[in-house]
Design a protein around this ligand. Structure first.
Ligand SMILES: Nc1nc2c(ncn2[C@@H]2O[C@H](COP(=O)(O)OP(=O)(O)OP(=O)(O)O)[C@@H](O)[C@H]2O)c(=O)[nH]1
Length: 416
């Protein structure tokens, strides 16, 4: 039965395994008696613990929430179509006012959000106009926050990731970097000083999100329902590393011989971030070795680099916790055709500033975000990975190249 033509607001909860998503959802459902919500719960496991839990909550059954369970797959990939089909059917009945989605611990938030904002090619149901994504919430487990960046899980562990290409810390980083509200849950288990430090790290990783501390998921519904905070473009541009790269893009040269320099933001409670820039390439072997041995205190590193001998591609670095990926990521403007290059420049005035006569835009921009780490030794090591003046004259194609030829891949970790 249709009782409104307005679109139905949607709140999506992400967060790693056991962070407190279900607890938060239950808190909302049992405390908001007037909330007429439908719920989608995605569980990766064979046994859908969450659905059982929610269904057996007596208050909830009294509330008559519609609960849809999607298991044995992830709503960010395999089950995208299934989810749309189910929420499409729900929308036909239209006897609820709000949709709550609990994604699985390893879901990537961007495709889940896109499923609601753009639909999905294989699905008949078009959610645009029917549903309106209102808030992306990420629940972060304060108690295991640091371990969250140090899962030590092998990439090929099928029980973690059926596609074999993601690790929990990458999922955690995605969830932190793409959200509107961060719930720092399990605050009862962590001393105040540590909470403050986590908040600062979270702010560095994701400056746009509202951070709310919770215990047992007890969040004021105002913080996650009908907030109107979601904005796809803003959310995609809000990661701390990206802001760090954009901020200071036109910083002056520091006058050092190789033209490389770095800037850092002021350390607050030991949390620092800095950008390493250079306009000459890294030696592939030296930098690969360094990437597998970045200090544990660096929770996030991301950016692009020029690896000698790979003048045709911009290489990407993506470190989330212990997981480090590197390899070909994109192209240089310098490798575009002349016409395309001119078009690119026209669309982005100012970009030409860093243009080099010989090498164009080839260069290095890497952001490092970490806590309690000493920046200078790392900068020194990065500098040592740049080609020396003598090496600049060598044949770079002679260098052994440990990176994958065609994609960013996990680098084998050094023994540490
Ligand atoms: N001490 C404490 N325990 C909590 C808190 N929040 C949740 N828990 C407990 O942590 C466990 C996991 O909570 P869930 O809500 O099931 O976590 P989840 O994110 O839904 O987990 P998955 O769906 O398995 O990914 C449960 O035993 C909760 O009771 C909290 O703030 N403090």
């Amino acid at each position: 039965m249709l009782f409104s033509n307005d679109s139905i607001p949607v709140t999506i909860l992400s967060g790693s395994l056991g962070a407190g998503k279900t607890t938060t959802l239950n808190h909302i459902l049992s405390n908001e008696q007037d909330l007429n919500a439908a719920v989608v719960v995605n569980d990766m496991g064979e046994v859908n613990v969450d659905t059982d839990f929610i269904e057996h909550e007596s208050e909830l059954t009294q509330n008559d929430e519609e609960i849809i369970e999607l298991s044995n797959g992830c709503i960010c990939c395999r089950l995208r179509g299934d989810m749309l089909e189910k929420v499409g059917r729900l929308a036909e009945q239209r006897d609820f006012e709000y949709l709550l989605v609990e994604s699985s611990g390893i879901s990537e938030p961007i495709p889940v959000a896109q499923t609601f904002t753009r639909g999905f090619e294989d699905a008949e149901f078009d959610p645009t106009g029917v549903y309106a994504l209102d808030t992306m919430v990420s629940v972060v487990d304060a108690h295991s926050f640091w371990q969250g960046f140090d899962s030590g899980q092998a990439l090929t562990d099928d029980s973690i990731d059926p596609q074999g290409n993601r690790v929990p810390e990458e999922a955690l980083m995605d969830q932190i970097e793409f959200c509107d509200v961060l719930l720092l849950n399990k605050c009862d288990l962590v001393p105040e000083k540590e909470l403050e430090e986590m908040e600062i790290v979270l702010k560095a990783l994701q400056p746009r999100a509202k951070i709310v501390r919770t215990e047992h998921g007890a969040v004021d519904p105002k913080n996650i329902l009908n907030t109107g905070r979601f904005d796809f473009d803003e959310a995609s541009q809000s990661a701390g590393w990206l802001r760090e790269l954009q901020h200071g893009h036109h910083h002056d040269e520091d006058g050092e011989g190789h033209g490389h320099h770095h800037e850092g933001t002021a350390a607050e409670h030991g949390v620092t971030s800095f950008v390493f820039r250079a306009d000459r390439p890294f030696h592939p072997e030296r930098i690969a070795r360094l990437f597998t041995d970045i200090p544990d205190e660096i929770v996030r590193a991301k950016g692009f680099f020029w690896s000698a001998g790979r003048e045709d591609v911009a290489m990407g670095l993506d470190k989330a916790g212990q997981s480090v990926r590197a390899g070909p990521k994109g192209g240089w403007i310098a490798t575009l055709s002349k016409a395309d290059r001119e078009r690119y420049f026209e669309a982005r005035p100012g970009i030409k500033e860093d243009w080099d006569e010989q090498w164009g835009d080839r260069g290095i921009q890497l952001v490092f975000i970490g806590r309690e780490f000493d920046q200078e030794p790392l900068v020194e090591r990065l500098n040592d990975c740049l080609l020396t003046d003598a090496e600049m004259d060598e044949d770079w194609n002679e260098y052994p190249d440990p990176f994958s030829p065609d994609e960013q891949r996990e680098l084998a970790l050094a023994d540490n």
